[in-house]
Design a protein around this ligand. Structure first.
Ligand code: GN1
Ligand code: MG
Length: 377
């Protein structure tokens, strides 16, 4: 455990935040959770000698929301409150995410100077950053499909759009080319080949944008950040417990959620693998993910939506490549990086994956069609 009790300022802040959320007892220790590229997440452990036996030692998750990325975190917390209430009402008796409230009834604590905190229950579970176990990949697909199904009767239009045009791949591509033109960090000279390759994928990767605009695909409530590590699994049964990280729950396309899950979980490597020779789309992983996803979402999807799920994987991979590259060109301000050039490594990894997905697209489309067809038969 990376216990940082020595860091006095952080500890004082944590005490203040937990007090605002009326957590009973004394802060015993805390540890930073390093997963996640945007927010800061800290697990806090409390000792409460007056609590019920199971509450004497209890932990919670405290998060500092990234103000650079999320311009209106209050509205995000409104979305989250509504979405988690809706899901809890439909899944009685199951473990679910629950955000605590302050004495003023707010599910956030904003003490000023842009600081924005929230606190939720800690759910004992296991997560996977990369995964080779096909049963877990099937469960991952099932969890995200089920998340969408649970929210299928939620009015998508009533949700605040956390980050406008989040998955507007065309605008993402336009932006990276614009950044290369402006080149504020003099880095464009290093990435000519990457830009050229991105441009070559533009036509295919922007098809979903056009289909969304012309109404060929329905808008749904989607998660929009469907990495496998956003699913918590039961430690023993390895069944999915809950989908977390709800900051980007917004109206979107089912292909975004399936596509991003495939980009991340069906890759042969981590999304920042420096050796691109190791990076390809693993068709067996893809099949397992699609089986799970279609098992829980298929009933609610139109034929056209099913037809473009595999295209979603290509689209989201190209989109992430352009986002990582844009961040590299504009000074690494958006994604958390752990070394110089991290965003460029991520870009190259995603481009290698995109090239492989583009090559395998007909096969992936057939895989999805076969699974969906079997289910209908
Ligand atoms: C960010 O922080 P995290 O890991 O949940 C990003 C996603 C990217 C992902 C890539 C709000 O998610 O869109 O796919 O990094 N979230 C936001 O790892 O931009
Ligand atoms: Mg996220």
């Amino acid at each position: 455990m990376n216990c940082e009790a020595a860091d006095g300022q952080t500890e004082r802040t944590l005490r203040e935040v937990c007090k605002a959320f009326r957590i009973p007892g004394e802060l015993e220790k805390w540890e930073t959770i390093t997963r996640g590229n945007i927010n800061t997440t800290i697990r806090v452990y409390f000792y409460n000698p007056n609590g019920q036996p199971h509450e004497v030692h209890k932990s919670y998750l405290v998060q500092k929301v990234n103000a650079y990325v999320f311009k209106n975190p209050r509205r995000i917390m409104q979305n989250i409150e509504r979405v988690t209430t809706h899901i809890r009402a439909k899944t009685p008796g199951t473990v679910q995410l629950h955000y605590h409230h302050t004495a003023e009834g707010k599910n956030y604590y904003a003490p000023g100077r842009g600081a924005f905190w929230r606190l939720s229950n800690y759910i004992d579970s296991v997560t996977f950053d990369t995964c080779t176990d096909l049963a877990i990949l099937r469960s991952t697909g099932k969890a995200f499909g089920n998340f969408q199904t649970l929210l299928s009767d939620f009015d998508a239009g009533s949700l605040y759009e956390t980050i406008p045009d989040f998955h507007h791949t065309e605008k993402r591509l336009d932006r990276v080319f614009q950044s290369a033109k402006e080149d504020p960090y003099d880095r464009a000279k290093e990435v000519g080949e990457e830009l050229c390759f991105l441009d070559s994928l533009r036509g295919k990767a922007t098809e979903l944008c056009r289909m969304r605009a012309n109404g060929a695909l329905p808008l749904r409530v989607t998660h929009n950040d469907t990495k496998v590590n956003n699913v918590l699994f039961d430690r023993e049964t390895l069944e999915p417990l809950v989908v977390i990280d709800l900051d980007t729950v917004m109206p979107g396309l089912s292909a975004y959620d399936f596509g991003d899950a495939a980009r991340f979980a069906a890759s042969s490597a981590a999304e920042d693998e420096p050796d691109t020779g190791k990076v390809y789309l693993d068709t067996e992983k893809f099949r397992a993910l699609a089986e799970g996803y279609l098992a829980s979402a298929n009933g609610g999807l139109t034929k056209c939506e099913v037809d473009v799920l595999a295209l979603g994987a290509l689209t989201l991979t190209v989109e992430l490549a352009s986002r990582f590259l844009d961040d590299y060109l504009t000074g690494d301000k958006y994604f958390r990086t752990t070394y110089a050039g991290h965003n460029l490594v991520r870009t190259r990894c995603q481009l290698k994956l995109a090239a492989d997905i583009a090559k395998k697209l007909p096969l992936l489309e057939k895989t999805v069609a076969d699974i969906a067809g079997r289910k209908r038969a």
